[in-house]
Design a protein around this ligand. Sequence first.
Ligand SMILES: *[C@@H]1O[C@H](CO)[C@@H](O)[C@H](O)[C@H]1NC(C)=O
Ligand SMILES: *[C@@H]1O[C@H](CO)[C@@H](O)[C@H](O)[C@H]1NC(C)=O
Ligand SMILES: CC(=O)N[C@H]1CO[C@H](CO)[C@@H](O)[C@@H]1O
Length: 337
Amino acid sequence: MRLFASTALFALSPLPLVLGATYLLTDNIVGKTFYSNFDWEAIPDPTHGRVNYVNSATSSSQNLTFATSDTFILRTDFKTVLDPNGPGRNSVRIRSKKTYTTHVAVFNMRHMPQGCGTWPAVWETDGANWPNGGEIDILEGVNDQAPDLVSVHTSPGCTMPSSRTMTGTPTYLDCQTGANSNAGCGVKLSTTLSYGPAFNKVGGGWYVIERSPTYMKVWFWSRRDTSVPAEVANGGQYVNPDTWGTPAAYFPNTSCDFPSHFDAHSIIINLTLCGDWAGATYGQTSCPSTCVGYVNNNPSAFTDAYFDFASLRVYGATVPLTKRGVDVHGRAHRREF
Ligand SMILES: *[C@@H]1O[C@H](CO)[C@@H](O)[C@H](O)[C@H]1NC(C)=O
Ligand SMILES: *[C@@H]1O[C@H](CO)[C@@H](O)[C@H](O)[C@H]1NC(C)=O
Ligand SMILES: CC(=O)N[C@H]1CO[C@H](CO)[C@@H](O)[C@@H]1O
């Protein structure tokens, strides 16, 4: 119903004067509408985590996903001691039904999964054409280790400049999955509030991605950051990232042809345990035991391994526009395309 409401509002309201890269709200995903906007993927974890991804019916009945009118929770099981020879801990991976190219997505999160062994991710990809269709990791990390790492992965022939206008710090510059053990061309955010227990302690914050035909940008504002734009904090009908200042991470197309490295992407939210990254680096943390042993034997350690989404708002991509930036109703409202 919310989608119809916003479409009607768009058709009836006088258009504000919006210049620059202004995007229009197309998907207002709040509370229970996560169920109709995402598919549950009960697949084997491609990253070899100690999880068992369950379907929508199971995740609801086991309360691994839970929604009210303004909340969507996604978590791993925190009640079961696992048989070491049996399946992993029940968890959830969801993929948006829609795919997006040029768009802005605003993730308003109150909490992210925390705990030894956790590996949460909010990202975008075309899984069927991986890695050639590209992957953009917006929020990702392991074992409670801040800050967030934003990273881009794709096929060979895509690199990022070392000097860029962003507040984060580049890790690698080559985005191809074949380089640097598939670490991607990453950017570490400048604040530890961007990840794990520190993020959760202040009530989370906002992650935003803008993908345009010529660049990708990610912003992060912590819950108490007074510089968060009102249109981000309040979930406005329009957003104009050009007014938001320097992004946390910036990926320009300077030496990367975007159309041949990035397809239309779904949004994916997943929560795995151990596996290729969290498991491989577990020994370098102060976490107890082995990663898999800890996951098997300590269900209560995963009480806080959950996402709490206040909303996910997607802007722009699916509005039909002509090349002159005029929509189907004849109103000029953005310069993209
Ligand atoms: C399900 O999870 C929600 C959110 O964590 C919680 O408020 C609720 O009490 C849980 N319900 C049951 C039956 O455990
Ligand atoms: C980057 O985008 C611009 C504008 O579309 C285009 O002219 C340029 O060729 C692109 N650069 C690369 C390396 O693809
Ligand atoms: C099982 C699963 O979906 N794992 C994915 C979780 O998210 C990261 C993105 O950062 C992927 O690389 C994993 O494949």
